[in-house]
Write a protein that binds this ligand. Structure first.
Ligand code: ZN
Length: 680
C-alpha cells in the first residue's frame, strides 16, 4: 500500500529550470467535466533512448493496455457491458449533440471512463446520471441489433432489465468499496472481486483455514482471485492464462514475451520470464519470486509494473487491482539524486545537531527518478506521483523495495496548475509570486530529494534508546526531522557548489511555500471544526507555527522573522528575514533530533500538542472560503501518448514515434476498439 498521491495544489511553475528539456508550448490541458480535469503528460528524453529501449517501452506499453478490460470487470460485474452500450450510443447518436440531455449523457460516459466503471475512482460512490432512463432506452432501441452488447443467450429485454437499475437506481450497487465496519463489507460492496451471495464471514473463514500463521514468508493470499460461492461452497477463481481473464492475460503474455526479447540485461530478462510463468499458472509463490528479482534490479533504465498490485479496491484489502506503469529512468534528475546521495557524509557531518546524534558513517538512499511512458489499469487515468513496491512485508524487509518519483507526471501537475488563481489568491505580493514562478518547481523537487535521500536516513539513536519511544507522535516527528533537514540544506551554499542550484536566493521560494502551506493553505483539506490528524500535515504545521512563534522580534531590525499579515481584509504569510528563518529551522532540527536520539517522549509530545494539532477556527474558515472561490478541480488524471512503430520494407521496426494527437474521448474509444480482449 504505497502510493504518493499528489496534493491538490502544487503551486505553479512558469519557468521550469533546466531539469529536463521541457517544451514550453506543450498543451497539458485536455478536458474538464464534473469534478475532474484531464491532462496529458509529456515524455521528455524519449528521443534519447536507443531503438532497443524504445521497442521495449512499446511492447510493455502494449502489454499494459491489453489489461484494461480486467480492471473494468474487477470494479463491477456489469461494467464492460455498460461501457459497450454507452459507447455505441455515443458514437451512433444522430440527434442534437449540443442538447442538454446528450451533454448530460456525455458527461456521465466521461465519468464512467474515468472510474473504469460506474463508481467514482476515489469516493467509490456510484455516479448519478443527469439524463433520463427514457432517453437511454430510446437510444438503445435505435441501435442496430449487432450493436447490442448482449451476454451469451441474453435478449435485449433481459439486458435492459438488468442494466437499467444498475445505472439509474441509487439503491442498487451504491458503493464499490464499503468500509463501514459495522456492516458486512463484502456483501455490501459492488466490487466484482467477490461473487454474488458471498459474505464477509465466509471469505474470512475460507482464508483463515488455508493461512499458516507460522510461515515467515507467506504468499499474498487472495491477491489474484475472485472468491465465489458454487453449490454453497466458497472457492477461488484464480486470474491466470487458463482461468479468469485468460483472454486478456494471453495478450499480456504475448507482449511481455516480445519485451523479454529486447530486455536490457539478463536480470531483467529473468524477472520478465518469472512474471510470465506466474501469469500462466497463477501461482503466488512465482509472483513473490518475480517481486524479489524485480526489487533487486536497480540497473535497468526501462522498468515496469504489470499485475495485480494494490488492494485498495478490496474491502478486505487482499485482492490486487490490475495495473501497469511503464517507465524509464530520468537521466538528468537521477544525476541530481546521485550527487546528493554521493555527498551524504558531508551533509551529515555539517548538520546543525549535537555531534553525538550524527551518524559516523551514513549511506544515502538513491531513490530513482523516472518518466512515465504508459499508465494503465488501476493507474489510469487517475495516477500517483510516487510508487514504492513490492507490497509484501517480508520481501521489503529481506530484499528491499524500489522507491520512485515520477517526474514527468509531477511536472504536468505543476505546469497545468499555472494560472489557476491559487498563487494570486494566497501569495502576498507580486515579487513573491515571481520568486515562486521562477524557483518553486526545482526547489520543491530538491526538497523531496533531500527529505527522501538524506533526511530520513540521517542521525542516530543514543545506545539503548527504543526506536518506538516517541509512540503515537513518532511519525509526525520523523517527518518533521526529514523536512527540517531538507529545509536547512536547501539554503546551503553547498547546493550551488555541487551545481544543483544556480541561484543562492532560490531556496526562498520553497521557504515561502512551506510556511504558507503549514500556516494556512493545507487547512483547506481539513473539515471545519476538526483538528490536524495526518502525520505529514502535523509535521508541517509544527514547523511553521514553531518558527512563527520563535521568530517574534528576532528578524533584521527587530522585526518578526515571519508574520501573518492582514491586507485588504485577508490574511497572508509574510517572511521578513529568510536567513533568520533558516537559523530557526536549524535550531528546531537540533531539538527534534535530540528528542529522537534520546527518546524524549515528553518533549516530543509537548511540541506536537503545542504546535501541530489545533487550528484557529477563524483562519480555517477564511482559507476554506477563499479556496472554494477558485475553480480548481479536486481530481485530475491523464491520457497517454500514442506510440507508433516505424517499419522498413521487411517489416522490421526501425523507430518508435511518440505523439500526443488525441483528446479524451478519442483515446477512450480507441482503447475500447483496439485493446478489449474480454469484450470481443
Ligand atoms: Zn518522509
Amino acid at each position: 500500500m504505497n502510493k504518493t498521491i499528489p496534493t491538490l495544489i502544487i503551486a505553479a511553475a512558469s519557468a521550469i529550470p533546466s531539469v529536463a528539456a521541457v517544451d514550453k508550448n506543450f498543451n497539458y490541458h485536455v478536458d474538464r467535466f464534473a469534478d475532474i480535469e484531464i491532462l496529458r503528460y509529456e515524455v521528455p528524453e524519449f528521443d534519447r533512448l536507443t531503438l532497443r529501449q524504445k521497442k521495449m517501452l512499446y511492447y510493455l506499453g502494449q502489454a499494459a493496455q491489453m489489461g484494461r478490460d480486467i480492471i473494468w470487470d474487477q470494479n463491477g460485474r456489469h461494467n464492460l457491458q455498460i461501457r459497450q452500450l454507452l459507447e455505441n450510443v455515443y458514437t451512433g447518436y444522430k440527434g442534437d449533440r449540443e442538447s442538454a440531455e446528450f451533454k448530460a449523457f456525455e458527461k456521465y460516459l466521461k465519468q464512467v471512463w474515468f472510474g473504469n466503471g460506474i463508481h467514482h475512482h476515489y469516493s467509490t460512490d456510484k455516479y448519478a446520471p443527469g439524463f433520463s432512463q427514457s432517453f437511454l432506452e430510446a437510444q438503445v432501441n435505435a441501435l442496430p441489433a449487432y450493436k447490442l452488447p448482449l451476454a451469451p443467450g441474453e435478449t435485449k429485454a433481459e439486458m435492459m432489465a438488468t442494466l437499467m437499475p444498475v445505472i439509474f437506481d441509487p439503491a442498487v450497487m451504491p458503493k464499490r468499496v464499503n468500509q463501514d465496519g459495522t456492516q458486512d463489507v463484502v456483501a455490501t460492496s459492488a466490487t466484482n472481486l467477490y461473487g454474488p451471495g458471498v459474505t464477509q464471514a465466509e471469505v474470512e473463514a475460507f482464508y483463515n483455514a488455508i493461512k499458516d500463521p507460522s510461515d515467515p514468508t507467506p504468499v499474498s493470499y487472495g491477491l489474484n482471485a475472485r472468491v465465489v460461492k458454487e453449490n454453497g461452497k466458497i472457492k477461488e477463481q484464480r486470474y491466470h492464462l487458463d482461468g479468469l481473464y485468460g483472454p486478456a492475460i494471453a495478450k499480456i503474455i504475448y507482449w511481455l514475451d516480445k519485451a523479454k526479447g529486447v530486455a536490457e540485461n539478463p536480470a531483467q530478462e529473468a524477472y520478465i520470464t518469472k512474471l510470465i510463468d506466474y501469469y500462466i499458472t497463477g501461482d503466488l509463490r512465482l509472483f513473490d519470486e518475480y517481486s524479489i528479482l524485480w526489487a533487486e534490479d536497480t540497473k535497468s533504465d526501462v522498468d515496469f509494473v504489470n499485475g495485480f498490485i494494490e488492494s485498495y479496491g478490496d474491502p478486505l484489502g487482499m485482492t490486487g487491482s490490475w495495473e501497469s506503469y511503464v517507465n524509464f529512468r530520468n537521466a538528468a534528475s537521477s544525476k541530481r539524486t546521485e550527487i546528493i546521495s554521493g555527498n551524504a557524509q558531508w551533509f551529515e557531518d555539517n548538520s546543525p545537531v549535537d555531534p553525538r546524534f550524527r551518524k559516523p558513517s551514513v549511506k544515502g538512499v538513491s531513490a530513482k527518478v523516472i518518466n512515465a511512458a504508459m499508465l494503465a489499469g488501476d493507474a489510469f487515468p487517475s495516477t500517483a506521483i510516487g510508487i514504492n513496491l513490492p507490497n509484501s512485508n517480508w520481501i521489503r524487509a529481506q530484499h528491499g523495495s524500489k522507491s520512485v518519483t515520477i517526474e514527468n507526471i509531477t511536472e504536468a501537475y505543476a505546469m497545468a496548475s499555472h494560472g489557476n488563481g491559487f498563487n494570486e489568491e494566497f501569495v502576498i505580493d507580486a515579487p513573491t509570486r515571481k520568486l515562486l514562478d521562477d524557483y518553486l518547481y526545482i526547489t520543491d523537487m530538491l526538497h523531496t530529494d533531500l527529505h527522501e535521500c538524506l533526511g530520513h536516513g540521517s542521525g542516530q539513536l543514543l545506545p539503548g534508546v527504543d526506536g518506538d519511544a516517541l509512540k503515537e507522535n513518532g511519525s509526525a516527528l520523523e517527518e518533521a526531522r526529514a523536512d527540517l533537514f531538507a529545509l536547512y540544506y536547501l539554503a546551503d551554499p553547498k547546493l550551488i557548489e555541487l551545481g544543483i542550484l544556480d541561484n543562492p536566493e532560490a531556496y526562498k521560494a520553497e521557504y515561502y511555500k512551506f510556511m504558507m502551506n503549514g500556516l494556512m493553505t493545507q487547512l483547506n483539506r481539513i473539515e471545519l471544526g476538526n483538528d490536524v490528524e495526518e502525520a505529514h500535515m502535523r509535521n508541517r504545521q509544527l514547523i511553521a507555527k514553531w518558527a512563527l512563534k520563535h521568530g517574534k522580534k528576532q528578524g533584521k531590525g527587530g522585526k518578526d522573522v515571519v508574520e501573518l499579515a492582514r491586507k485588504g481584509g485577508k490574511t497572508y504569510v509574510r517572511i521578513n528575514d529568510y536567513e533568520a528563518l533558516r537559523k530557526l529551522f536549524g535550531q528546531l532540527l537540533g531539538e527534534v533530533q535530540r528528542i529522537k536520539s534520546e527518546g524524549d517522549y515528553k518533549a516530543g509530545n509537548e511540541l506536537i500538542q503545542t504546535y501541530a494539532v489545533k487550528i484557529d477556527p477563524k483562519l480555517h474558515k477564511e482559507v476554506i472560503e477563499r479556496y472554494s472561490k477558485l475553480d480548481i478541480p479536486p481530481y485530475r488524471g491523464f491520457i497517454n501518448p500514442v506510440y507508433t512503430p516505424v517499419t522498413d520494407a521487411k517489416g522490421e521496426i526501425t523507430d518508435i514515434r511518440i505523439s500526443y494527437p488525441e483528446n479524451y474521448a478519442e483515446q477512450m474509444l480507441r482503447l475500447s476498439r483496439d485493446y478489449s480482449p474480454l469484450t470481443k
